[in-house]
Design a binder for this molecule. Sequence first.
Ligand code: XIL
Length: 371
Amino acid sequence: MKPLHRRGLLAAGGALALSGCGRGRAEASDPQTSDLQDTAAEPHSGPPPGLKTLAGFPIGTCVSSGLAEDAAWSALAMSQCSQVTAEWEMKMESILRDDGGFDFSRADRIADFARRAGVRLFGHTLVWYAQNPPALKRIDGDRKAFDNAVRNYILAVAGRYRGQAVAWDVVNEAVAEHGEGLRDCIYSRNLGQEDYMLLAFQYAREADPDAVLLINDYNLEITPAKRATFMRLVERLLKRGAPIGGIGTQSHIDIHLKPGAIRTAMRDLASLGLPIHVSELDVSLRGDRMDFRPREQKLAAQAERYREMIGAFLELPAAQRFAFTTWGLRDKDSWLRRPPNAGDGTDAPLPFDDGAHAKPAFWALADALRG
Ligand code: XIL
């Protein structure tokens, strides 16, 4: 599990390999003055429009099997969204049993929800350095067994949802924390630093010839050096024949991110020419600095980050707008409200509040989509 404020640990920038990159975390705006740039949201009333009906591209949220069976959540999701991503129940930790067999019970409940709701299913994720289950750890060091296990796993999982999952995050979070190269993990140690990714993409393609296969990572807006490393990795993998059909930028950001950083990142990422998935957007009210502004001002600042994200996404050529996903809908369902990320329990990173009322962040999205 990653710590919440990964970016808080980051050293400033580093040399940029790509010209035109934005600047690093250390240059985020001063919370005391940035209010001036964060215009208060227009007053909005009435029932919130469905974002999915306003957008010309899929609008997603993450989902758990519990939420999928919660009537209030389902109604909200079905009014707003045209795509769902399993928050954790399609990860290896949920599917791979101790005895090496597979447990699809929770993943299937999510797939069933997507089918019933008539929304796209987005698969997340096949290969991830984190939360490795015991059955994978047991074969650490045995290259052949490890390769077989990874291939069997990917064939089983992506194969099971073939024809339903429109896409998969095949490789998640492969770049090292600060962007200084690739992450050392159980996969890289057993199958090679970059080779494991190539294999994972090949196995995913074997499992599902039609799904769009993506590589997904975080802090790409916050840490230009990491973005540069990520982009070079994608280029190398493509050159080696990996069937990468899109890139995911998780976009777990906070209200202190400097205005302009999102747009710079989006343009930069778009230069690869691949479809882009804003895959896990949330905008924390916290951050790694003291911020004594009243909550309303923080919510207005949050709406500005949402506005910049959707605006930058809308500026992409239509063919590059893969989908726009928030990591939840209601604040109370956010991973930033659960241990170990809960903090003081007051964070509110999503477009709807605990009672499912639309926040300024929601209206920023709706207004941008309405043009
Ligand atoms: C998080 C979930 O939100 C948590 O509930 C879970 O326990 C850990 O993972 N990047 C990712 C997601 O790719 O899978 C993570 O989801 C959040 C960060």
